[in-house]
Design a protein around this ligand. Structure first.
Ligand SMILES: CC(C)(COP(=O)(O)OP(=O)(O)OC[C@H]1O[C@@H](n2cnc3c(N)ncnc32)[C@H](O)[C@@H]1OP(=O)(O)O)[C@@H](O)C(=O)NCCC(=O)NCCS
Length: 365
């Protein structure tokens, strides 16, 4: 049967015209995640995926699909930043396992490249994952020299064949929260980490926390932290430029998260004498899967590093999550393999590696 490629309109709501196709495409994303990991921790409901794909002033989204006999069997999800990184296109391709090795990803990649070219985008960035289990075969090592990704993974073969380079490898880690709950008697671990780290910083710094909405008086500082987060962590070979953040972008992102059923716990560190926020960390989870938490950004501004503020922030926010989200079970995080400082903090907190993420980049002529 012939495979056809088309762009799907993004409906405003699941019930609007195009909602059934969008739901099928979302199911493809979920099925590909399950096939890869053997669990549904990265499953997102249709309404959650739909919110993420809505047009925003900060990013344009495009959804391409492949159909076989009318059925949607694969996706190309594209993002085009609108305020910064104007040369860049972000790309994810997902093909249902039963439809692989038939040229579908290759056709979707051609679609993606046409979409990028039409917008004058010349830098394509994409990511693929592999579980840590099953390691042992040949690995590709990025120019950073840190970490490796299976050379025989389908994504590696496809990416290299299509002109992408491996520019970075991330470690995916998970923290089992059950082991940190006071009832287990091990909560001391987190508290010790937190109080030791606080001891280093508490004279000059204090912590502030919020849920879902940054207090108005802090939002300008928070925007600066989010902006720095785009380029301060190690970038490997990614041609990432600094993002442009202001209070408006923070508010739009907060509103989108809430509309998409997500809730966020943010903890920030404040420099006492200046009142400035100098670091932050974010935990997020979706209403449909309360057991699963994502550790997002953690950043300490360069001039304030070396006081264990990163550990203090993270341990304090995790302790908040234990209290406020009693049904949370696991926290996932992704860190560049060369990010030895952040990885050391995570290992000390009890995170263990479960997967690897390859960062791919193709620069078009
Ligand atoms: C990677 C993925 C998108 C490939 O989809 P696909 O439709 O099977 O890819 P194609 O049929 O277009 O394959 C193109 C070429 O890639 C290579 N390739 C694809 N899968 C391969 C595999 N399992 N082993 C070896 N080579 C493979 C081959 O060279 C293939 O050409 P050939 O079949 O003529 O030999 C699919 O396996 C997938 O969805 N994986 C999970 C998500 C993911 O990793 N996405 C990639 C992000 S970069």
């Amino acid at each position: 049967m012939d495979t056809t490629i088309e762009q799907l309109p993004i409906p405003a709501t699941p019930d609007a015209a195009g909602g059934i196709d969008f739901a099928r495409s979302a199911a493809v994303s979920n099925e590909v995640e399950r096939a890869l990991w053997g669990h549904d921790d990265f499953r997102l409901e249709v309404a959650e995926r739909l919110t993420m794909m809505q047009p925003m002033p900060d990013r344009e989204r495009v959804l391409g699909v492949a159909r076989v006999g009318g059925e949607i069997v694969a996706n190309a999800r594209l993002g085009f930043p609108q305020r910064d990184n104007l040369r860049t296109a972000y790309l994810q391709i997902e093909v249902l396992p039963a439809h692989r090795r038939r040229g579908t990803a290759t056709a979707l990649l051609a679609f993606a490249q046409r979409q990028a070219a039409a917008r004058g985008r010349t830098v394509l960035m994409s990511w693929s994952d592999a579980p840590t289990d099953g390691a042992g075969g040949p690995v590709l090592v990025p120019p950073t020299g840190a970490g490796g990704f299976p050379a025989d993974d389908a994504s590696s073969v496809l990416a290299l064949r299509s002109g992408f380079e491996l520019v970075q490898v991330d470690r995916q880690s998970v923290l089992d929260l059950a082991g940190l709950r006071p009832a287990d008697g091990i909560a001391g671990g987190l508290e010790v980490q937190e109080s030791e780290a606080a001891g280093m910083g508490s004279g000059h710094y204090g912590l502030v926390g919020w849920t879902d909405r940054c207090p108005d008086g802090l939002v300008a500082d928070y925007a600066l932290l989010r902006q720095r987060m785009s380029t301060d962590p190690p970038l490997g070979g990614f041609a990432q430029e600094e993002e442009s953040w202001d209070a408006g972008r923070i508010r739009r992102e907060e509103a989108t998260a809430l509309e998409g059923g997500a809730t966020t716990l943010v903890c920030a560190v404040q420099h006492r004498s200046s009142g400035q926020l100098v670091g932050h960390t974010i935990l997020e989870r979706f209403g449909s899967r309360p057991a699963v938490v994502y550790q997002e950004d953690t950043l300490v501004l360069e001039e304030h590093r070396g006081h264990r503020l990163g550990m203090w922030l993270k341990a304090a926010n995790l302790r908040r999550a234990l209290g406020e989200w009693p049904d949370a079970r696991r926290v996932y995080t992704w860190n560049a393999e060369e990010n030895s400082f952040m990885l050391a903090v995570n290992v000390a907190l009890g995170f263990r590696p479960v997967g690897r993420t390859a960062g791919w980049q193709k620069v078009l002529p």
